[in-house]
Each structure stands twice: as structure tokens, then as C-alpha cells.
Design a protein around this ligand. Structure first.
Ligand code: GCB
Length: 600
């Protein structure tokens, strides 16, 4: 008995040690689809582990009995198969509400060309991933919505290799987001997984966009990774006859600087050019657009002309499957609706969506607001939290900074002024954001605001650090109107900055028209419709208004929405129901958007 206890104790110590020596994931290379990929999507074997005992059993070793007296109390053989990409919650009834660990396993055959390098790249895993190759931990990643990779060139073996990923979607007070958020916590390997084969020295990353305030000058760089870093590099845009030649320095960094007369990207003309980057050992192709985005007083300018942003908020969920969205066709479903509504921009909330969304939006002429999940009750003062925020922001920017469709980085949504360290953390993060990309606008949604005597007071001085004030106001829903919508007075802390109303709206159950239409508790389409009419009336007199963005496109799953008859675990603020049916408010907003013409 005693020996058993000692063995258990030793196992625990080994386990703690094992958990603490993980290698942090490497920043992922950009433009995965432009590379030599072998997809690891498809069926993965899985072991759900709600109690977490798999750590103690060392599931990553994928052990098999060796002799007749051996037995192993887990096995991937005969275990359920899960689709990757995809959330695990909607693939097995037992996992519907799972917040815990699921172990995933996949094998592949080593076909790496001698001299080349191999990386395993994950589009995203929610929330934590520990990745093992052939029984050894190769690294870990925290954060459910950004890509990461590990180089496995030196640890590969000949023939069959086994990957085991421990995926854990437990909420954590020091997580990002923290423990409370108004969307479904879909766990799993939710985005594509690829093996990426590269040359010994390859083009790891690049930035090719217009210089701030310019409409014809490109200023950027190309970054090489490998052991032959000082190479000749060229950047070509055949359609424009551009063949810019440059030289990478000893760190593998090459400056890119050229001008041309571009056919500028805009929602009406989402022009993208084929761009070819070549080093002496590698070539990569991308489709890149060029546009300028800046503010002038209270206006936002696109290509030098004022633009009114006609937006909609979108969660990364496919309503028809009531599951996490992950594919190009999911993106098309959601973005087609945004186009039909008359939008020229989408707010991809409240975390970086999959890359298909961002790329397709750009191709369809939708400007993108990209955001990290620094949401509401983030514990800024907890050890490590600000580092994690900053890393997540860098991961998002690194993935999307060549997408000219992305015009705005949002570093947080509705954080509270009373949370310790919040102000300093957001100021620091705004600086990190500008260091990573000085060309785009940045914003945050702050929620310490007041509405009294029909006056809306946006008072947080923190907006001074941002280009755009983003305000979530729910007049007519969480805050009843205190007068006529057109008479709402505004006090804006930054009178010289543009404001986007980044959320407004209310809930309605599709098809419900019972009860008096002036009663919120009727959950009627008419009540929601009235909110939209009133809001539009108010927009007509709102100062500094550069855009509006209702909450939101489609009803989505959120377990905190507990009214059994009206919600049943769905946030019903969609303009579309969870089956894609149009509510009355849809038509009101569409008419409003169609009536606003931008002239750029
Ligand atoms: C908000 C949040 C959003 C919520 C929404 C609501 O202010 O930013 O994430 O889901 O309100 O429905 O209450």
C-alpha cells in the first residue's frame, strides 16, 4: 500500500515537472495557404478526459501492452473519431457542455525531402494545446483563436510519426478571455492543421502595404528564416510591371520600398494584385490590395475620402449547424448575409476569426475590424495576463497585417475602469499595437459611460490613446430611452475623434409578435424593429458618427441566455434567426444602409 502511495507521489512530481517544461509555441509563418502544405485535417482519434486523469496516465505516450501481464487503461484504438477542424462539443452528445480536456491523436508518414524543414501548424486550438510528437512534448500554446507552429524537422523519425494533442478549454481567471463571456466556449482543434515543408532558408514573414498617409508608396519588409540569411530578395507585381529588388541583412530582414499608381482597394472595387516574393531559396505568392485609411478630425477617410462605416457584428458560428464556423463555405454564408444587408464593414468579434473569414471579407469588399478576446472581466493584474494579451495581439497582427481589408485593430471590448491595472495595460497594449503595425487605425471599446437626462456621456480619457472611439450603447434595450431619440445629447471626451457605435440592438424571437410591442419582455420582432427605427433616428443627430455596427447578424449560442421560452441558450439579438430567417429589424437596417452613399 505504502509503495503504491510513493509511486503515485513520484508520478505526480514527474507530472508537474512535465507540465512545466513545455516549450512556448513559435510565431506562425504567414500565408499558410501559399506554402507547401500537407493537410492533417480529417478524422483524429480522441479520448475525452473530463476528470483530467489522462495527465497521470501519460496518455501522450500512447502506450500499448508489451507483455502478457501488462495492461494500459486508455487507448486511442477504438476511441471516438473527431473531425478536425471542428469543435468537440457539437460532435458527441457527451461533450455538449464539456469544459475540460480531450486528447487527440493523428499519425502521418515522414516524407520530408532531405535538407528541407518541417513545421506543424495549427490555425487555432481552443484554449490550451500541449503538442506531443512520438511521446515527447514539443511545445504548448495558450489562446484559442490564433495560429501557432512548431518545427519538427529534428525530432521526426522515419516512417510513421504520432502526434498527440492535449486540448483543454477550461475557463481560467487569468485566461483571455477570462471566466465570463457571452458566447459558447467551443473547445477543440477548431481550425486547420497542416504540416508545412520549407527550404532550409525560407520566407517566414513579410509586410507589403501602403505607407501611412500615402496612396502610392509601399513601405514594408521581408523576413527570412534559416542559415543563409543574407540573400537577394525581389518583390514582383506583374500586373503593374513592378520588380523591386532588395537585399536581406545578416538577420534576414530586407526592406521593401517602391511606388506605383495603384488601382486602390475599396468596398466597391476590392482590387487585389498578385504579388510574388522571391528569395534565392524560396518563392511565395499572395494577393494583396492597397488602400489608405486614416482619420481627419471626426472623420474616417478611405483613400482620402470620408467613409461612413455600415457594419454588422459577427460571431464565428454557423447557425445552421449550431457549431463553430471554420471553413470557407461557413465564411461565405455569414459574409453573403452581411453584403445583402448593405454592409461595407464587419466587426469580427470578440476574437480573431479564422483566416478564411478575413480573406473572403477582403475579396468581397468588406472592411474588417479584427479584435482580441480581452473581454469585460479580464484580470489585468494577474501575473502573466498582460504578456499573454500582448502575444495574442502580435499573433493576430502577424497573421492579418497584409490584408488591406483589415482597417482597424481592436485591443479590447468593454473592460472596466475599476479593474486594477486596466488603464496601464490598455495603454501599453495600444503601444504594442502601433509598434506591430503603424499603418492601421486602432480602437478599444470602453464601457464606463453614462446616460442620464437623455444625455449620453462618453467620458473615459483612455480614448485619447486610440484613433477611434468605439461605443456600445444599448438604448432601448438595456437602457430605456429617456426622451426622443433625435434629442439625445452627446458629451464626447475626444471631440476631435471619430466615433463608431459598435453595438446596439435588442432581442427578438423570430416569429414572435405576441404581447404589446412596446414591452421588451414580449421578445417580439416589433419591439426589436422599433429599437432599430429609434436608433436610426438618433444616428441622424449624433456628432462624430463615422459608422454603426449593430449587435448582431445572427442569433448565436450563449449558455448565459437562460429564458427557456425565448432564448434557450441563444442570444436572440440577431437580425437573422438561428435558421437564417430575417427578422423585421433586418429590413429597417437594410433600407437605412442602402440610403447611405459613400463617394470614394
Ligand atoms: C455587449 C457585449 C457582447 C454581448 C452583448 C449582449 O455589450 O459586447 O459581447 O453579447 O452586449 O448581447 O448583451
Amino acid at each position: 500500500m505504502k509503495t503504491k502511495a510513493i509511486v503515485f507521489l513520484i508520478n505526480c512530481i514527474v507530472l508537474i515537472f512535465n507540465c512545466s517544461v513545455s516549450v512556448v509555441a513559435q510565431s506562425a509563418m504567414t500565408n499558410v495557404s501559399g506554402r507547401h502544405c500537407i493537410s492533417l485535417n480529417g478524422k483524429w482519434q480522441s479520448i475525452p478526459d473530463p476528470t483530467g486523469i489522462g495527465n497521470w496516465r501519460e496518455v501522450w505516450k500512447d502506450r500499448k501492452p508489451q507483455k502478457k501481464t501488462d495492461f494500459v487503461e486508455y487507448s486511442f484504438e477504438g476511441s471516438p473519431l473527431l473531425n478536425v477542424p471542428g469543435d468537440f462539443n457539437t460532435q458527441m452528445p457527451e461533450l455538449t457542455y464539456m469544459e475540460g480536456t480531450v486528447w487527440y491523436k493523428k499519425t502521418f508518414t515522414n516524407r520530408l525531402k532531405s535538407g528541407n524543414r518541417l513545421f506543424i501548424h495549427f490555425g487555432a486550438v481552443n484554449y490550451k494545446a500541449d503538442v506531443y510528437l512520438n511521446g515527447n512534448l514539443i511545445g504548448s500554446h495558450e489562446g484559442g483563436f490564433t495560429p501557432f507552429q512548431f518545427e519538427i524537422t529534428k525530432v521526426l523519425k522515419d516512417g510513421i510519426n504520432t502526434i498527440v494533442v492535449k486540448v483543454n478549454n477550461n475557463r481560467a481567471a487569468d485566461g483571455i478571455p477570462g471566466t465570463g463571456y457571452d458566447w459558447f466556449n467551443y473547445g477543440g482543434i477548431t481550425r486547420d492543421v497542416n504540416l508545412i515543408e520549407t527550404e532550409t532558408t525560407f520566407i517566414e514573414d513579410y509586410f507589403v502595404q501602403l505607407k501611412k498617409h500615402s496612396m502610392n508608396e509601399v513601405l514594408g519588409w521581408v523576413k527570412l528564416n534559416g542559415n543563409q540569411l543574407s540573400q537577394k530578395v525581389s518583390v514582383k507585381i506583374p500586373e503593374l510591371g513592378i520588380d523591386f529588388k532588395t537585399q536581406a541583412n545578416a538577420e534576414g530582414l530586407a526592406e521593401v520600398k517602391f511606388s506605383s499608381k495603384f488601382n486602390l482597394w475599396s468596398p466597391e472595387n476590392p482590387k487585389l494584385y498578385e504579388l510574388i516574393i522571391q528569395s534565392e531559396t524560396d518563392t511565395i505568392t499572395d494577393n494583396i490590395g492597397f488602400r489608405s485609411m486614416e482619420t481627419k478630425g471626426a472623420q474616417i477617410l478611405l483613400n482620402g475620402k470620408p467613409v461612413f462605416l455600415k457594419g454588422v457584428n459577427i460571431h464565428e458560428e454557423n447557425p445552421y449547424r449550431a457549431a463553430k464556423a471554420f471553413s470557407e463555405s461557413d465564411a461565405l454564408t455569414l459574409l453573403n448575409w452581411a453584403k445583402e444587408l448593405g454592409c461595407n464593414f464587419v466587426r469580427l468579434c470578440h476574437y480573431p476569426h479564422n483566416e478564411y473569414m478575413v480573406k473572403l471579407a477582403e475579396k468581397m469588399g468588406l472592411m474588417v475590424w479584427d479584435e482580441i478576446p480581452v473581454y469585460q472581466h479580464i484580470e489585468f493584474a494577474s501575473p502573466g495576463v498582460t504578456d499573454k494579451m500582448s502575444l495574442m495581439l502580435k499573433e493576430m497582427i502577424r497573421r492579418d497585417r497584409n490584408r488591406c481589408g483589415v482597417f482597424l485593430w481592436s485591443i479590447a471590448n468593454e473592460t472596466y475602469a475599476t479593474t486594477p491595472n486596466r488603464n496601464q495595460a490598455l495603454i501599453d497594449l495600444s503601444k504594442v499595437c502601433r509598434q506591430q503595425d503603424s499603418t492601421r487605425l486602432i480602437t478599444t471599446v470602453l464601457c464606463s459611460q453614462g446616460y442620464e437626462n437623455n444625455t449620453f456621456n462618453v467620458w473615459e480619457k483612455l480614448y485619447n490613446y486610440f484613433d477611434v472611439m468605439s461605443v456600445n450603447e444599448y438604448l432601448g434595450w438595456y437602457s430605456p430611452w429617456q426622451g426622443k431619440p433625435a434629442d439625445v445629447k452627446w458629451k464626447l471626451v475626444c471631440s476631435d475623434k471619430p466615433m463608431i457605435i459598435s453595438e446596439f440592438g435588442g432581442e427578438a424571437l423570430f416569429g414572435s409578435n405576441f404581447g404589446p410591442k412596446d414591452e421588451a419582455d414580449s421578445w417580439s420582432e416589433e419591439y426589436q424593429e422599433q429599437i432599430y427605427k429609434d436608433q436610426i433616428e438618433m444616428f441622424g443627430t449624433t456628432p462624430n458618427l463615422a459608422g454603426v455596427c449593430p449587435w448582431l447578424l445572427v442569433d448565436y449560442r450563449s449558455l448565459g441566455r437562460m429564458h427557456p421560452l425565448k432564448q434557450g441558450g441563444w442570444n436572440r439579438k440577431g437580425l437573422l434567426s438561428d435558421r437564417g430567417e430575417k427578422k423585421k429589424a433586418w429590413h429597417i437596417l437594410k433600407t437605412y444602409y442602402n440610403g447611405i452613399k459613400n463617394e470614394y
